[in-house]
Design a binder for this molecule. Structure first.
Ligand code: ZN
Length: 138
């Protein structure tokens, strides 16, 4: 069986890191699948999905990491071409990817004790985002 749902989030942009673990657990529980996989996907080129320990120190560390790797004040050909100022957000998204796959076992997404599912919005403005959640299993 294949079940497709959505998770909607409002973000502040600027590498806003949003914990969507409880929404994901609800969506998987409502699917009634006991075994399978869940794929989360963001249709867009300035965001990503990953997992992390969701605590204030690490949230700052992750934001600092991305500032070093693709600084928001650096120069980008994309900005020169389009003038939208979010070249850094596109680079960050390209190298962290738009999707995440998690196994479903005994009706729940498998996560470590401190492992939370996060959506990161790198864009340089607030956004309303729709994350596609597609579950395959039985
Ligand atoms: Zn752009």
């Amino acid at each position: 069986m294949i079940v497709t749902r959505e998770i909607k989030v409002s973000t502040k942009g600027h590498t806003d890191i949003i914990n969507i673990t409880s929404q994901l657990k609800d969506v998987v529980a409502q699917s009634r699948l006991s075994s399978g996989m869940v794929c989360l996907f963001v249709p867009g080129t300035t965001a990503t999905l990953t997992t992390m320990e969701y605590e204030p120190g690490l949230i700052k560390d992750v934001r600092q990491y991305w500032e070093k790797v693709a600084g928001s004040r650096d120069e980008y050909e994309h900005n020169a071409r389009w003038g939208d100022g979010n070249g850094y957000a596109h680079v960050r998204s390209a190298y962290s990817g738009p999707s995440l796959v998690i196994p479903i076992i005994e009706g729940k997404p498998v996560l470590g004790t401190w492992q939370e599912v996060v959506f990161i919005d790198f864009d340089n403005r607030a956004r309303s985002r729709t994350i596609l959640v597609q579950m395959v299993g039985e």
